[in-house]
Write a protein that binds this ligand. Sequence first.
Ligand code: ADP
Ligand code: MG
Length: 320
Amino acid sequence: MSAGDVLILNEVSKAYDGRVSMLDRLFGRKAKSLQAVREVSFSIRKGEVMGLVGESGCGKSTIARIAAGLMAPTGGEIGHPGRLRQQMIFQDPFSSLNPRWRVHDIVAEPIRTHGLRPKQEVSARVAELLTQVGLSEADGAKFPQAFSGGQRQRISIARALAGEPDFLILDEPTSALDVSVQAQILDLLRDLQARLNLTSLFITHNLPVVRLMADRIGVVYLGELVELAPTSAIFEHPRHPYTRLLIDAAPDLDAEDRSLHPIPGELPDPSDPPSGCVFRTRCLFATDRCASERPKLRKIGPGEVRCHYDLDLTGRELVA
Ligand SMILES: Nc1ncnc2c1ncn2[C@@H]1O[C@H](COP(=O)(O)OP(=O)(O)O)[C@@H](O)[C@H]1O
Ligand SMILES: [Mg+2]
């Protein structure tokens, strides 16, 4: 932790009480609790974009909700040194905007709630925000249904910026969009990032997207942070076997196929994770030690890795 940190997660865990289906109830099966996030630690520095990447179901949205303070962790601590005004942008641009409100009122809401502008200046501020995200002042009079997915995500971004956030959490903000629209929204976010010097947590299952957006990347597998390093280091020399497989399997940014299972093998049942290292059942290098001993997150090179070993530059050999 340092003076410039905006958010700190320290060994944060989250267990959900198991879901019990009708069928489970019929057979008298009890709910199994599920460890969705396990001892995740990272901090975000002012002005940086921290990326989180991992397959569907690995716990990304759970981490997002905890970071946003929408949900308490069941273990560990979360800290926000200093004042923090945060806003969140979600994946689904259809359910995240109130269909009964005009766009003007949707964008004005955080300004009014936080009393950020005098009453007579709110409309001008809304017009400025709509322009900033590539919409027009006249769009404020319409309802969300009048817009496409990409335009709705622009409205969500305008609404988030209206709250003048110190910290922005984006949970798969472009995953529901067509590839060409995704590129436009990523461009817009990058531009705003640079102009407004935003601090953000950017979450996606798409490695090329996080590479484009983030200064540092955390790689998540089955609820655990397995590698954390500056973006260039992640791609130049991935140290964790999972990171390496993700990179080798990543599609191009503009590929149409955005499959959520980029690497071979099945994701283990999160309510019954493997012993030792959670990744060992899909790891090309797993040893006996990996089954018996859970690796600690340790510093290697410019980053941190949760592996007993260290992958060399070729990605084919382990260094003890
Ligand atoms: N409210 C909940 N109750 C029980 N299990 C949940 C709940 N929300 C998420 N989960 C489970 O927790 C795991 C992580 O989910 P999530 O954080 O949504 O992952 P991601 O965003 O990476 O897809 C998944 O196995 C998911 O099924
Ligand atoms: Mg999610």
